[in-house]
Design a protein around this ligand. Structure first.
Ligand code: 3HC
Length: 334
């Protein structure tokens, strides 16, 4: 780990534990002045831990998030749709890589993060523990899940931690393409045959509430929000982003001629907000506790992929070592 090695040479290394009030005040002042915190800057241990947790959770979500869509790759309705879906899934893998790299700058290795995921101890977004039952789910995921992800992630481009903020710029550009491809599928299905429209409505019915839950618990129940906002990791609260997402999405559903599965959804003229009915937080807690419809399947598929890919990683490492040794021999001979 190059970055860890650099951190050890930092004259302030080790002071994390002491939480020197002068350093802490200087750190907070930099954050308040909208200056970026970089890997070798002093930072409170809790800031480092919060970022390691959040970025790792985010990276795991991108990686596990490939599975519900991978389920439909071989059954895409046309070659064009298959190529687009494949490109989207590859983008998600890339996002995972940028994010693991950003987390590594905080002194945690990718191996450690991966082993936390594989052991079932790490979180990833609750949304990825639901099944994808028909082709329209590919549309609903792009439209709603990537749509919610963009709403949450655009503010992260201004996060106080430099490597995370910079990684998010490209991620958001790609998520924006993903959202459009999802909406495009929904448009095709919604204006298709009655059966196709019914598939689109079914996908919306199943994806809506899990998408709303993606933003996390209500602000009053969010354990990390207050501190994360003071550190400018988060720029908006969970409820604020959820409300913005609902406001943006309701007219899109109307345009599709589909119905949002919330009988209590109503427009408040005074606030200009679409107010949602109650969210089933028991369901959210069940999924977080590992008891969602696909938690077991998603984790075991990942464990299997890592185990079965071991020989590929070993072969790639052996090849890289051979190439490096050959280059070193050539240099010596010259
Ligand atoms: N799924 C699983 N766990 C969740 C969650 C969700 N949707 N929302 C909140 N939680 C967990 C938190 O991780 C925390 O648990 P912990 O203390 O054990 O770690 C607990 O619930 C309390 O929630 P908080 O609101 O206090 O937690 P945060 O301040 O971390 O806020 C968050 C939660 C808004 C999801 C925040 O972590 C965040 O902004 N993360 C970065 C974005 C992200 O993770 N996106 C994943 C979306 S999927 C994606 O991008 C793939 C795309 O291609 C579709």
């Amino acid at each position: 780990m190059y970055t860890q090695a650099l951190n050890e040479k930092d004259p302030n290394a080790g002071k994390d534990k002491a939480e020197d009030p002068v350093l802490e005040a200087r750190f907070q002042a930099r954050v308040d002045e909208e200056m970026r915190i970089e890997p070798n800057d002093w930072m409170p241990a809790a800031y480092r831990r919060t970022l390691q947790r959040q970025i790792a959770q985010h990276a795991h979500s991108e990686v596990i998030g490939m599975q519900p869509e991978g389920n439909w790759l071989t059954r895409s309705p046309s070659l064009k749709r298959k190529a687009i879906l494949l490109a989207k899934i590859q983008d998600e893998a890339g996002h995972g890589l940028y994010l693991y790299s950003a987390a590594e700058t905080l002194g945690i290795s990718r191996e450690e993060m991966e082993s936390q995921l594989l052991s079932g101890k790490a979180r990833y977004s609750s949304i990825f523990n639901y099944p994808t039952l028909n082709w329209a789910d590919m549309g609903a995921i792009g439209w709603l899940v990537d749509g919610a992800a963009i709403m949450n992630q655009i503010p992260l481009c201004r996060c106080s931690y430099g490597p995370y903020a910079r990684a998010m710029v490209r991620v958001c550009k790609e998520e924006s393409f993903h959202q459009r491809q999802g909406y495009d599928i929904m448009m095709q299905m919604a204006k298709g045959t009655p059966e196709q429209k019914a598939m689109a409505q079914d996908a919306l019915n199943r994806t809506w509430w899990p998408s709303i839950m993606m933003f996390g618990p209500h602000d009053s129940d969010s354990s990390h929000s207050e501190q994360s906002m003071a550190w400018k990791i988060k720029r908006f609260s969970n409820d604020d982003l959820r409300q913005r997402f609902i406001n943006a999405t309701v007219p899109q559903a109307e345009y599709l001629g589909l119905t949002i599965p919330d009988p209590d959804l109503k427009f408040n003229e005074e606030t200009g907000n679409w107010e949602s009915g109650p969210i089933d937080w028991d369901e959210f807690k069940r999924v977080l506790a590992g008891n969602g419809p696909c938690n077991h399947q998603r984790l075991s598929t990942r464990q299997k992929a890592v185990a079965e890919g071991e020989w590929v990683r070993d072969a790639a490492a052996a090849h890289a070592a051979k190439v490096a040794a050959r280059a070193a021999n050539k240099e010596e001979a010259a």
